[in-house]
Design a protein around this ligand. Structure first.
Ligand code: MN
Length: 492
């Protein structure tokens, strides 16, 4: 059973009285609003809110995001409205909660479209006006995955599949290795229990065998580094997470002996220069395996990952991977985009932070900014303001609307229900008589808004396109269908 104290003591930044009071107040509000509600597992609903908030605290999110995490299901699932939340907690938190509610409407069903998952990922980003909305959604999904056991098998499999296809890649793109690994492992467990158990057993066996071995190396290196006057922030043994181990084993005929980075040691030192000094000391003590030294500090991975990796022969001739990096590199690798919030404690403006007047060497570049740039390049848009304002608007000229079944329809700005209808199917366009947006009747020239659920009411008996529609439709697909119909009908 989680309590609000679990959330408060897991924040990465120390909370001042005001921030703590905000979180407690959000908790009280959520507790009251969800009173009497139960989850499928039988636990009180508030557990889900606390679990989401705890996951946010652990990746370094701050009081407003944690509060929004506590409140994220309130407008959708309780009597309390979004405007009441806004009144009580202000517009920033209300906007975050609203963003999460909108993201919740995306469903993964009823489509054969090939690029559907990719569209979904893009839309996920486009929908989120604020990247924190996506982080709350990831934290929410992680808690649901952690408590998946209580659902029927079919539903478990669907959610686990969606997690693997959509949520884990998003966590990966945001550089949040910590959440990505947790989501993948949990999805793996629910989708492929046999292989999961098998890999788990092998991994535990190997860990047991290497435990002593690793301890010896850690102690030796600790001594060596200290005699060379290198401060070690942290040095610890680590194991490859199960899903990525499984992926790697599949590539190597399921032979565990071919996997060199199954377990290893990570050394965290203060400065970049210490990383190279440490590498020298490691190699002086243990012979490196040729071709396995990787300097991702001077040559970061495409997603911005930085670290030095080397594989050494340990005391008993066993291979072992050693990773060397600074604290900041480690935080960025684990928490990615989220690490931004705990590296901007002192309220520097984003602009100064990311575009310093003097161009710093790339090692100073923040990982997630790189990722956003990469994203932008991929999506063929370039809008530096977006980075400054932290808003994701690659899709400024796009609107994403939903069918009542949750399918996503991508439309240009100022598109109307008729554009929507033709995008779904020409028959639906031809037979459209009226439309609803979010359950309210709207005129056919209504301008569809991002996140609208559009329902097209059609006539079984007749086709209805009118010359009038050409005045307001925006898409060429709608225009050409309307013209085609009128030609056939002798109207043009
Ligand atoms: Mn939720």
């Amino acid at each position: 059973m989680l309590t609000i104290e679990d959330v408060l003591k897991n924040t990465k930044l120390k909370l001042d009285a005001k921030r703590e009071a905000l979180i407690r107040s959000a908790y009280q509000t959520a507790l009251t609003a969800h009173a009497g509600q139960k989850r499928k597992s039988g636990e009180d609903y508030i557990q889900h809110c606390l679990g989401t908030a705890l996951n946010l605290a652990k990746i370094g999110m701050r009081s407003k995001t944690i509060s929004a995490g506590l409140l994220h299901d309130v407008p959708e699932d309780t009597q309390m409205t979004l405007s009441e939340i806004e009144e009580k907690f202000g517009s920033e938190i209300a906007k975050l909660v609203d963003g999460v509610t909108k993201l919740g409407k995306i469903k993964l069903r009823g489509t054969k479209e090939e690029n559907y998952l990719e569209n979904l990922r893009k839309m996920f980003l486009a929908m989120a006006e604020d990247i924190r909305v996506v982080l709350i959604k990831l934290a929410d999904r992680l808690y649901n995955m952690e408590t998946l056991e209580s659902l029927p098998e079919e539903k478990r499999a669907r959610i686990a599949r969606e997690t693997l296809d959509v949520f884990a890649p998003i966590a990966n793109r945001l550089g949040i290795g910590d959440i990505k690994a947790k989501l993948e492992n949990l999805a793996f467990k629910h989708l492929d229990r046999k292989n999961y158990d098998y890999v788990l057993e092998i991994s535990q066996q190997q860990q047991q065998q290497r435990k002593k071995h690793i301890e010896i190396i850690i102690n030796t290196l600790r001594k060596e580094l200290s005699s060379e006057r290198i401060r070690v922030i942290n040095i610890f043994g680590r194991t490859k997470h199960l899903y990525s181990l499984f992926q790697k084993m599949k590539k190597h005929d399921m032979d565990i002996n071919k996997i060199y980075d199954l377990s290893g040691i990570r050394i965290i030192v203060p400065e970049v220069v210490n990383c190279y000094e440490t590498l020298g000391i490691v190699h002086k003590k243990y012979r490196p395996l040729v071709g396995r030294i990787k300097d991702y500090i001077s040559l970061p991975k495409p997603n911005g990952y930085q670290s030095i990796h080397t594989t050494i022969f340990g005391p008993e001739g066993k291979f072992l991977e050693i990773q060397i990096r600074t604290q900041k590199m480690d935080d960025e690798a684990e928490f990615g985009i989220a690490s931004h919030w705990f590296y901007t404690e002192n309220k520097k403006s984003f602009k100064n932070l990311f575009f310093p007047k003097k161009i710093e060497p790339h090692k100073e570049d923040i990982l997630w900014v790189k990722q956003l740039r990469e994203w932008q390049n991929e999506l063929g848009k370039n809008d530096e303001e977006f980075i400054e304002s932290l808003k994701i608007d690659f899709f400024k000229n796009h609107i994403f609307a939903f069918t009542p079944l949750g399918d996503v329809i991508d439309l240009p700005e100022e598109a109307t229900p008729i554009d929507f209808a033709y995008k779904v199917h020409s028959e639906i366009g031809d037979r459209a008589t009226s439309a609803k947006a979010n359950n309210q009747m709207v005129p056919l020239d209504y301008k569809v808004k991002n996140g609208d659920v559009i329902e097209i009411i059609t006539s079984k008996d007749y086709k209805n396109p009118s010359r009038d529609w050409l005045r307001f439709v925006k898409t060429s697909i709608a225009k050409s269908h309307i013209k085609k119909f009128m030609k056939k009908d002798g109207m043009i």
